[in-house]
Design a protein around this ligand. Sequence first.
Ligand SMILES: Nc1ncnc2c1ncn2[C@@H]1O[C@H](COP(=O)(O)OP(=O)(O)OP(=O)(O)O)[C@@H](O)[C@H]1O
Length: 381
Amino acid sequence: MSAVNSNTAVQARRAPASDTAVSLERVVKKYRDQTVLHELSLKIKRGEFLTLLGPSGCGKTTLLNLIAGFAEADNGEVFIDGEPVTSEPPHKRQIGIVFQNYALFPHMDVERNIGYGLRMRGVPKDELAQRVKQAMEMVKLDGLGHRKPRELSGGQQQRVALARALVIQPKVLLLDEPFSALDKSLRGSMQVEIREIQRRLGLTTVFVTHDQGEALAMSDRIAVMSAGAIRQIASPADLYQNPQDPFVASFLGDVNILPSHYHGQSGSDIQLRLGSALISLPRARLVGGSHSGERLDIYVRPEHIRFENLHPGSVLSGTVVNHVFQGDHINTFVDVDIPMTARQVVTVRSAGLGAMQQWPVGSVVGLALPEDGISVFNPQK
Ligand SMILES: Nc1ncnc2c1ncn2[C@@H]1O[C@H](COP(=O)(O)OP(=O)(O)OP(=O)(O)O)[C@@H](O)[C@H]1O
């Protein structure tokens, strides 16, 4: 047998490398009598950029702290690279972290801040200097090595924090709301830069934010959290287009909620009564089951509704009450009368100025709903 063949044989006997970098299994975290995470399970793939998105207080930072080792689970297990680390202290987990306030050491200059983790690990001086230099180049901090944090801009401080996290060659990078102290334009460019570095290094990254736009723009997958649980985890496009939960649908982008009633089924379609109109949708758009006459909420995003000349078959009709110019799109508010339920204002989003010119305030319009881009939820379930 040749050397190559025997090598192959050895590899074949080995278990295939898992594509899971971090795994949490039924973790529970309590603070006194408050349960902050409820038997939460999550698998983070190697090299992916995963975002924890949710409103304030839903448990995002707590989850990050369990991965980092700053907090210990009351129940359940945390694995990194397949090894249980639930009781391991933070310094044994090989994790890089960028905190919201960066947490730089004020008395150390940039180089010493970045080299801190390597000094703690006893890395020899020459190698340390080399790695600090590389990290500084990567985050574009060349020439600022001898400045103290107070002599840096917010964006530069963030670069130091990022370099300090990257220089230890972490198994996982954790980012806890790292952009919140930056102004809007800097935030956008740092998002792009961090994502480029992360991709180049193939670095498994967990990012915490409560900013939907940031999550949609940056992530391979988003885990939407509320009240200590993950409601849905999927790619940004899938979450936006196919939410499986009303909370997810309304947390990720604007949505109109139209009250309807289940009418019946025909083949692979369901029929809903919306006011006096009967509409047919693919069965797959309804999340959960329903019975005849039961109330169902139709969730439709503003950009999926179309204006039409009012005609007897129009699903919805209403009066334009306002146009709001937003630069790249216009939001038009239409006061809609849904017979047998209630009047409500529906938002329609369109690109360009066409809708504003064609349907001035006061116009009576018809509104068409698409089959795609609609989700239907049973509010009783
Ligand atoms: N050390 C602690 N002691 C007691 N309660 C805590 C502690 N840390 C967090 N909590 C509580 O746990 C819950 C979840 O907090 P956590 O910081 O994880 O939420 P979050 O989603 O990160 O919120 P935010 O977006 O505001 O940072 C909150 O109700 C919070 O008050």
